[in-house]
Write a protein that binds this ligand. Structure first.
Ligand code: SAM
Length: 252
């Protein structure tokens, strides 16, 4: 997968995208992260990407021209048989969840558009028709941190990104509910013992214990997730939705 990020602060990304799972996945060629400075797509002397809002009020608004120009240039650089998703990071978007990350992970390329200041001229939304994603009900200064959240959540789902392919499907939300408790050595720490069942070597009993603990924990902390908890067999057969982008490309 190739992830293109459109931002006015490309310097915010190195460090995070160089480290840990995303860094390794980039090194292994599982994912490419391409940073595009929105100012490179302006054509005035001041490289201006924003302007004052019509109707008055505080803050500056992202102008449509540089964003359209940048998105179109990025798409021209991507082979036409690749499934591309345009994603606008905005607090007004659909909540970014594990199923949304799974949906994005099916694409061949993503274009993540980061806003700043008051946000985007509305025609960016209506004209480019991107997916609109919010990482939660709070307002951040810009779309860069949300874009990093999306990059991390999507990358760990890509084949070859994690050391053990069994990890991601076992995580919280992938199973519908929350993950079960984990333990490692030592067997006893400050009077707290590892549950005996985990040291029996009996995999059926261990699996049953983990399922039970995951359900208990989900019921106690996130009862809202219980309705969505899918049995193992349904998860295995679930198929992603398919749809079409406005620019005629395949959209996973
Ligand atoms: N005036 C906008 C509103 O109330 O919807 C908020 C603009 S915010 C200060 C600037 C930019 O940060 C947004 O355009 C968006 O790209 C990003 N942003 C802020 N909070 C976000 C969130 N919860 N999820 C995704 N992006 C967010």
């Amino acid at each position: 997968m190739d992830i293109h990020v459109l931002t006015i602060f490309p310097d915010m990304f190195p460090g995070v995208i160089d480290a840990s799972i995303v860094g390794l996945a980039r090194t292994r060629g599982v994912v490419g992260v391409h940073l595009h400075d929105l100012r490179d797509h302006t054509n005035d002397r001041h490289r201006s990407i924003d302007d004052r809002p019509f109707g008055g009020g505080p803050g500056m608004v992202f102008k449509p021209e540089p964003v359209f120009r940048a998105v179109e240039a990025i798409e021209r650089s991507i082979s036409s048989d690749r499934a591309v998703r345009r994603v606008l990071l905005t607090p007004q978007g659909e909540r970014f969840t594990q199923p949304a990350a799974e949906r994005l992970a099916k694409a061949d390329a993503l274009i993540l558009i980061c806003g700043h200041y008051e946000g985007f001229d509305e025609r960016i939304r209506t004209g480019l028709k991107p997916d609109e994603l919010s990482i939660g009900d709070y307002v951040l200064s810009g779309g860069e941190v949300p874009a990093l959240v999306v990059i991390d959540a999507v990358t760990r789902l890509l084949p070859g990104a994690l050391g053990d392919e069994r990890s991601a499907p076992e995580d919280s939300f992938s199973r519908g509910g929350l993950d079960f408790p984990h333990y490692t050595r030592p067997v006893e720490f400050r009077g707290m013992r590892v549950p005996d069942v985990l040291r029996t070597g009996d995999h059926d009993r261990i699996e049953a214990w983990r399922e039970m603990k995951a359900r208990e924990r989900t019921r106690a902390r996130r009862p809202d997730l219980l309705d969505s908890a899918r049995p193992e067999r349904d998860r295995a057969t679930a198929t992603p939705e398919t749809s079409q982008t406005t620019n005629g490309r395949r959209k996973p």
